[in-house]
Design a protein around this ligand. Structure first.
Ligand SMILES: Cc1cc2nc3c(=O)[nH]c(=O)nc-3n(C[C@H](O)[C@H](O)[C@H](O)COP(=O)(O)OP(=O)(O)OC[C@H]3O[C@@H](n4cnc5c(N)ncnc54)[C@H](O)[C@@H]3O)c2cc1C
Length: 496
């Protein structure tokens, strides 16, 4: 295994999920050498056979249960993670809406602690770069509260849903095709998702002489050098040889997935930072947030064109909503029969809906090292403390009635079916906020370029950096922020 000396501007990127892959992509593009450490050993594969836009066969690799955490909030709390090349993008759905400009500013109305240090225009160019890699299916038009992205495969809503779009507009909402990283109409691929960050990004980087991937390399600790006031190496467990190794680095990008990155910073405690690397203000692990999620279906009194691809009803306007309290609705088909019919423009009466809500991130919703239990490396596992409060739940319940009323106003009587109980933390797999960006170190670990305030050669690039959550799926925004952070890092390293 090659060992690199610190002087060569090499960046160690930890994690090959969408965040790490995007950061590595930008570093390589900017001429910076990268060694990527990936805890997983082999790519999980799967199978996707698609003809004329119809998935004939789709086999997604199973998610392994994760019991490496304790819970001190809602006892149903779950934490999905996937220690494998490509991370959770081996299993994800691929919904990739952009955040709206107001998603970065609405929290300010509540309190200064909810002010992002970056704006939509700061990351718009990076959205574009990520979207080109994601090969998105969707509409090319802006709708209220959802800017259009760079779409590779345009699709339009069926004509019979235009009445719903009109009613949505009267509420200040958009109704459009869900932007999905779904790739071309025809494909045969040995993976379960059209896009995953390993095959779409990392494998291609392996052609570059500047890029090195170490699989089976589980990062245990970032090594702080008190004299140099920076991290100088990453210590990792080498699974193949069952031993500890150390890799020198000019800079480090931490992209292990929201909670795992936070754990790595806690595990990197040292005499200068006894409560976790860079955790001078005690903010590491605080402000955990997630998307409350519900799934339900409804029955119409008359048939309507079945939705393929899925449609997306955007949130109610920021100006008239309570800050950080919103919903999004993704509408699609439910039964296998309808899935097949939908590809031929068929009609049906049943519509399935996934609703995401948002929550105000609170300091007491947090992760921290558990008191007694340790992981296989002898490091403390995480304790997760989060709970959806009454206001969050009420917002989800209101979301049901709102969509029913939109359908009614569009001329369809709609009857709500049973709601599948999924209103517990972790169900959406969208945790964020535990190493957040903020203009003040009192409220955040990271500055506006994702660097740890007191550890300026470490950038944290996954959803742990989110200052607040919006009701939109996070991964596209994670990728855009990672690309931006990597570009700043490359610029700084070139000046060295
Ligand atoms: C079923 C499902 C559907 C989803 N659908 C969507 C969707 O439609 N839209 C959306 O935006 N999001 C969706 N998500 C969430 C999405 O998958 C994640 O937001 C995204 O993968 C996060 O990317 P990441 O790179 O930050 O983390 P991850 O994908 O979790 O990747 C982290 C990587 O780091 C590695 N790693 C972790 N710890 C270490 C360590 N100590 N050392 C070395 N390597 C390490 C892991 O092996 C992994 O490769 C879905 C998730 C699931 C499970």
């Amino acid at each position: 295994m090659a060992q690199h000396q610190g002087g060569d501007r090499r960046v160690v990127v930890i994690g090959s999920g969408p965040a790490g892959a995007m950061a590595a992509h930008e570093l390589i593009r900017n001429g910076i050498a990268v060694t990527m450490l990936e805890s997983g050993t082999e790519f999980q594969g799967g199978l996707l056979v698609r003809l004329m836009g119809r998935n004939l066969l789709r086999k997604v690799p199973p998610m392994r249960p994760n019991d490496g955490f304790t819970v001190s909030g809602d006892d149903k709390t779950n934490w999905h993670m996937n220690l494998a090349p490509g991370g959770l993008s081996c299993q994800w759905t691929g919904a990739v809406p952009r955040f709206a400009p107001e998603d970065f500013t609405e929290g300010e109305r509540l309190d200064a602690r909810y002010r992002w240090p970056i704006s939509y225009s700061d990351i718009a160019p990076y959205y574009d770069r990520a979207e080109r890699l994601l090969q998105i299916t969707g509409e090319r038009l802006d709708v209220p509260n959802l800017p259009a992205g760079t779409v590779a495969f345009p699709h339009h809503l069926p004509q019979s849903w235009q009445g719903v779009a009109k009613v949505a507009r009267s509420h200040g909402q958009g109704f459009t095709v869900m932007p999905l990283a779904d790739g071309p109409q025809n494909m045969v691929a040995r993976r379960g998702t059209a896009f995953n960050s390993f095959t779409a990004i990392v494998r291609k980087l392996m052609r570059s002489p500047n890029f090195q991937l170490l699989t089976g390399a589980h990062a245990l600790q970032l090594e702080w050098n008190g004299e140099k006031k920076r991290v100088t190496a990453v210590v990792f467990h080498d699974r193949a040889n069952a031993c500890k190794r150390r890799l020198e680095a000019s800079a480090v990008v931490v992209a292990c997935g929201a909670l795992s990155s936070t754990k790595l910073l806690f595990d990197s405690a040292c005499s200068d930072f006894p409560d976790g690397l860079g955790n001078a203000e005690g903010v590491l692990g605080c402000y955990l947030h997630d998307h409350p999620r519900e799934w339900w279906s409804f029955e119409l009194d008359k048939p309507i064109t079945l939705l393929a691809p899925a449609a997306y009803l955007t949130r109610l306007p920021h100006a008239t909503s309570k800050p950080l309290m919103a919903n999004s609705w993704t509408l699609g088909v439910v039964t296998t029969k309808d899935k097949i019919l939908s590809r031929f423009g068929g009609q049906g009466k049943t519509v399935g809906v996934q609703v995401f809500g948002s929550m105000v991130p609170k300091a007491h919703h947090r992760v921290r090292p558990a008191d007694k239990k340790t992981d296989t490396f002898g490091l403390p596992i995480l304790d997760i403390c989060i709970q959806f409060d009454d206001e969050v739940i009420a917002n989800m319940v209101r979301a049901r009635g709102h969509l029913m009323s939109v359908m009614e106003a569009a001329g369809y009587r709609a009857k709500l079916h049973d709601v599948v109980p999924q209103l517990f933390p972790g169900s959406a797999v969208h945790y964020g906020g535990t190493a957040r960006m903020h203009g003040s170190r009192q409220y955040g670990m990271l500055d506006a370029r994702n660097r740890i305030y007191d550890v300026s050669n470490v950038a944290v690039c996954d959803a742990s950096c989110f200052t607040t959550s919006s009701e939109k799926n996070p991964t596209l925004t994670v990728m855009a922020i990672a690309a931006r952070a990597a570009e700043y890092l490359a610029t700084d390293l070139k000046r060295m």
